[in-house]
Design a protein around this ligand. Structure first.
Ligand code: GLO
Ligand code: MG
Length: 373
């Protein structure tokens, strides 16, 4: 294994280690994976064509549910943490954030990250950091600074930036080169606001915009390099977003982790190039999900305290009493695929690779996922 400097340590169990695994050891080792989700992931079934199909679950119920389904952390939008944030003074926002921290501590739940919700407000109709209107751009930066203050109060140094409206409906409406400069200026303003905050960009190629400015991890990490403190700008990979960009999420994981920059993760699934589906992890393509788990394993994801978050939603048809099944199912699937990653017949695979027998390598993977003959 080549030296990797101060980048992420590599964790790749050898075949001989794997063969000694008992079920217990596998479970103990899986402890390095800690799970997280957000309050928005218990959505009520509404879509652009119809109203909710379930009643809203209270925040308190969501909070107490987490531990029961094996989750240790919650991720927040700024206004999940402090509702109606725009109507409140800075002091009030901080007071409420500190109250929330106490509630989280009481439940033994960690705040994984906070993300500014920059896509709801009238000021962000034409984009936030890349709006053509300077007042809107200022609003977006001011609100992001508040989000950083909330992150501090909740005890996390991670802010996630899903750049929902940083793109266009028609390309002639904005200047792409200028938008890169505006994004860098905004990231710089956030980095200057707090010396410790880390920014994780969550790329997505489209939706709600026709075309986004930072569609992939490569784009996110390239922009990071232009900022005043590139060490504090990394990324978050969402499986569905990678698939929407026509990429394999496992490759995005390997790429980000080669830079030591994968600071959070939104595992889910997606059936091809259509609306963002946020299906349970592994729901659509078990093999693609397996390869994501393998990529996380070989790169040691989680060893620096990173969480495995599921950005999944219940199907619209889901009934009230099954309100958490999409989350516990995603976690179960992850753990089952972790066993598959750890029991993968590495030696046999290596031989087939050496023989350039990818035909049988393909079948080896299929047989392994099917449970062996
Ligand atoms: C939507 C995104 C969204 C973000 C969340 C955190 O496509 O995945 O759910 O992850 O708002 O910023
Ligand atoms: Mg997401």
């Amino acid at each position: 294994m080549p030296p990797i400097g101060d980048r992420q340590p590599i964790f790749l169990a050898t075949r001989s280690e794997i063969s000694t695994f008992t079920a217990d050891i596998i479970m103990a080792k899986s402890n390095i994976y800690r799970f997280c989700t957000g309050p928005w992931n218990w959505s009520a079934g509404q879509d652009p064509y119809g109203p909710p199909t379930r009643t809203e679950i209270s925040f308190d119920r969501k909070l107490t549910e987490l531990k029961k389904i094996g989750f240790e952390a919650m991720m927040f939008h700024d206004d999940d943490a402090v509702p109606e944030i725009d109507a409140k003074s800075g002091a009030q926002v901080l007071k409420e954030a500190k109250e929330l921290k106490k509630r989280l501590d009481g439940e033994g739940i960690t705040a994984e990250m906070v993300a500014p919700r920059l896509w709801f407000h009238p000021n962000t109709v034409d984009g936030a950091f890349t709006s053509n209107d300077p007042k809107s751009r200022q609003y977006a930066i001011d609100r992001s600074r508040r989000t950083i203050d909330i992150a501090n109060a909740l005890g996390t140094d991670l802010m996630v930036l899903w750049l929902a409206r940083e793109g266009t409906y028609i390309r002639e409406s904005k200047n792409g080169r200028r938008c890169v400069d505006l994004l860098v200026a905004a990231l710089d303003a956030m980095l200057a606001h707090d010396k410790k905050i880390r920014l994780a960009i969550e790329p997505k190629p489209n939706e709600p915009m026709d075309v986004a400015y930072l569609p992939t991890i490569g784009h996110a990490l390239a922009v990071a390099q232009l900022t005043r403190d590139s060490k504090r700008v990394g990324c978050l990979i969402e499986s569905a977003h990678a698939i929407l960009a026509g990429l394999d999420p496992a490759d995005e994981i390997d790429f980000a982790m080669a830079f030591g920059k994968l600071w959070s993760l939104h595992l889910n699934d997606q059936n091809g190039l259509k609306f963002d589906q946020d299906k349970p992890f592994g729901s659509n393509n078990l093999r693609v999900a397996f390869n994501q788990v393998r990529a996380l394993e070989r790169n040691g994801y989680g060893q620096k305290g990173e969480y495995v978050c599921f950005d999944v939603h219940p199907f619209r048809t889901t009934q009230q009493e099954h309100w958490s099944a999409h989350l516990s199912n995603s976690r179960d699937t992850f753990l089952r695929l972790l066993e598959k990653a750890r029991s993968y017949p590495e030696k046999q695979a290596e031989q087939l690779i050496a023989d350039r027998n990818y035909q049988d390598l393909d079948q080896l993977v299929i047989e392994h996922l099917l449970g062996g003959k």
